[in-house]
Structures are given as structure tokens and as C-alpha cells.
Design a binder for this molecule. Structure first.
Ligand SMILES: Cc1cc2nc3c(=O)[nH]c(=O)nc-3n(C[C@H](O)[C@H](O)[C@H](O)COP(=O)(O)OP(=O)(O)OC[C@H]3O[C@@H](n4cnc5c(N)ncnc54)[C@H](O)[C@@H]3O)c2cc1C
Length: 291
């Protein structure tokens, strides 16, 4: 709560007033925040950035073993069989029914819309669509790991185009093709036209090794990867639109997995309360991390 009471500025501006040595700021804090927020220009609200730093300091960084899809799969596995249906495209929504592209109309007592911001605004016109930060992730394989540690390597020289990179097979061996090291690298902002060659050259400098025997595995460009959080940013956007109609996702909270989960919990509490099943207010908690 103390972080959220601070003046709210673009974090790039706020950092100049915090009395940190230039070496610490430029060599560590700025590149780390760019990585945590997917925001190379550091225009994010200083409150959201402080929450991200707090989360990093308290919880460090982590990924689910086996890939990002493991978390929703585990959540779904805790529910009675048949509760969750996937691969169903929704084309319109109401408080009493959901219309799907190929599976007809499904009746409901309440509707909770848990899509990305763009899809949410298409299904419920009038919902705000925020600006987004684009993210491009480039995956390489190599015969041997260029760094034998599960470390996040930040580009503090600003030479680009890679903002940060990690030998993911050192973090989670399950992600790598058999017998190869997996190196995943992130380019923030619009990718350069010579993406593949410039990324490989930059990785050679960052890891201090030859990349001649590396193979390009995949390039994933997501233009609307992360909702931008410029100041002032409301970290608790309403999730209850009316009785029976709710919306959640990273665009209602902070632009992170935690933000999406917290907004989902707020929406679930509101829905259950409207159905007379549980109190509306989630139990008060200490302010949570946002990285
Ligand atoms: C490359 C990249 C790297 C990231 N790195 C990090 C990170 O390191 N840490 C972090 O905390 N966050 C990170 N994020 C952000 C994080 O992934 C998101 O904040 C989080 O996934 C948001 O969850 P969500 O449930 O709000 O939305 P989503 O994860 O986008 O889920 C929305 C779901 O709705 C479904 N959907 C959409 N339209 C329809 C429709 N019409 N019918 C049916 N289903 C529909 C979609 O298929 C999707 O499954 C990253 C994002 C990207 C793209």
C-alpha cells in the first residue's frame, strides 16, 4: 500500500530522483525494469514498476516446468472432469448465453469474460482497449550451453536488438530439444528488419562466444503482447460490469500473470457474491508482487 501511495510518474523519470548511482541505474535497474515490464522506453507508471521490482526482490524470477501452459492445465485438472472445454471460439456473449463458432449456443446463469483486452472489447464493445508493448522472442538451439547457469542476461549496453536472454535449458531442461541447449532471447519494441542476423550477432557478444553452430528454432512476434501501463494506471479496474456480467484479465489489473490471476479472483468473488454464494470482498492482503 505504501508503494501505491507514492507520486505516480513514468518510471524513467521517477528513477532520476531516487539517488541511485548512474552505474547502478544504467547497468542494472533500467535494463531489469525494461525486461520485467516489456517496456524499453520505461514509460510505465512508477507504481507498477515499483510493484514489479518488489516482486522481483521478494520472489525472484521463475517459469513453470514444462512451459507456460502447465499452470492453466494444473488449475483445470483440479476441477471436476468436463468442467473446462477448450478449443471453442466464442463469437458473442450475454448474461444468459454464449454463442460459439462451431459448438452452438451454451446457456449460463452468469458470464465471466477472461480473454485478452482486444478480444474482450470485440465481444463487449465499449470496453477500453489499451495500447500494447510488442514482444518478439527468438529461440535458438546450440550443441552446448553458452552459459552453464539459470541466469537472465540483461543488455546493459543498449546495443540491441536483444533486451534479455537466458539459456532456458539450464532453467528447465524439459523445454529443450533432446541433446541441445535452448537459448531464448527477447527483443522489445518493433523488431529490426534484419532480426535474425542482428540477434545472432548480439547474442555472440552477450555470451562472449561464437554462435556459428547455433540453429534458429523459432521466432514468435506478438504485436499486442503486453497491455501498456502508463501513469496514471488503475491497478484495480472494475471487474463487475453488471449483475451476471464480469470481465477479468491482465488488462483489468497489472499486465502480468499475477495481475491476470488477481483480477480473476476479484471477478470470481463478485460473481459468487451476486449469486448469493460468497461475500464480495476478497480477504484483505498485503499488496502483491507484479513481476
Ligand atoms: C512473449 C510474452 C512474454 C511474456 N512474459 C511474461 C513474463 O515473463 N511474466 C509475466 O508475468 N507476464 C508475461 N507476459 C504477459 C502474460 O502472458 C499475460 O499478462 C497473461 O497471459 C495474461 O493472462 P490473461 O488470462 O489476461 O490473458 P491471456 O493469457 O491472453 O488468455 C486469454 C485467453 O482467451 C482466449 N480467447 C480470446 N478470444 C477468445 C474467443 N473469442 N473465444 C474463446 N477464447 C478466446 C485466448 O485464446 C486465450 O487463451 C508475457 C506475454 C508475452 C506475449
Amino acid at each position: 500500500e505504501r508503494l501505491l501511495a507514492r507520486p505516480e510518474l513514468p518510471i524513467g523519470t521517477a528513477l532520476q530522483t531516487r539517488g541511485l548511482p548512474a552505474r547502478t541505474l544504467d547497468g542494472f535497474v533500467r535494463p531489469l525494469l525494461s525486461a520485467l515490464l516489456c517496456d524499453p522506453d520505461l514509460t510505465t507508471s512508477s507504481r507498477c514498476a515499483d510493484l514489479a521490482l518488489r516482486g522481483f526482490a521478494r520472489g525472484r524470477l521463475c517459469v513453470p516446468t514444462g512451459g507456460a501452459s502447465v499452470l492453466p492445465e494444473l488449475l483445470a485438472a483440479a476441477l471436476p472432469p468436463g468442467t473446462v472445454r477448450s478449443g471453442v471460439k466464442v463469437t458473442s456473449v450475454a448474461t444468459t448465453a454464449v454463442t460459439t463458432a462451431d459448438h452452438g449456443v451454451i446457456g449460463c446463469r452468469s458470464l465471466l469474460l477472461a480473454t485478452d483486452a482486444r478480444a474482450a472489447s470485440e465481444l463487449l464493445p465499449g470496453l477500453r482497449v489499451p495500447p500494447f508493448h510488442p514482444v518478439t522472442v527468438v529461440h535458438h538451439t546450440a550443441p552446448a550451453p553458452p552459459l552453464a547457469e539459470p541466469a537472465l542476461l540483461l543488455d546493459a549496453d543498449g546495443g540491441g536488438p536483444v533486451a534479455h536472454t537466458a539459456v532456458m535449458s539450464e532453467v528447465d531442461p524439459a523445454r529443450a530439444p533432446r541433446g541441445r541447449a535452448l537459448i531464448s532471447s527477447t527483443v522489445l519494441g518493433p523488431p529490426p528488419p534484419d532480426l535474425e542476423t542482428s540477434v545472432l550477432a548480439h547474442l555472440g557478444r552477450l555470451y562472449g562466444t561464437s554462435t556459428a553452430d547455433w540453429d534458429l528454432l523459432a521466432v514468435r512476434h506478438t504485436p499486442e503482447a503486453v497491455p501498456a501501463m502508463p501513469a496514471p494506471h488503475d491497478v484495480r479496474r472494475p471487474v463487475r460490469l453488471l449483475a451476471g456480467l464480469y470481465v477479468c484479465g491482465d488488462h483489468r489489473d497489472t499486465s502480468t500473470v499475477q495481475g491476470a490471476l488477481y483480477s480473476g479472483r476479484r471477478a470470481a468473488h463478485a460473481l459468487l457474491s451476486d449469486l448469493g454464494l460468497r461475500p464480495a470482498t476478497p480477504k484483505p492482503k498485503a499488496m502483491r508482487p507484479a513481476a
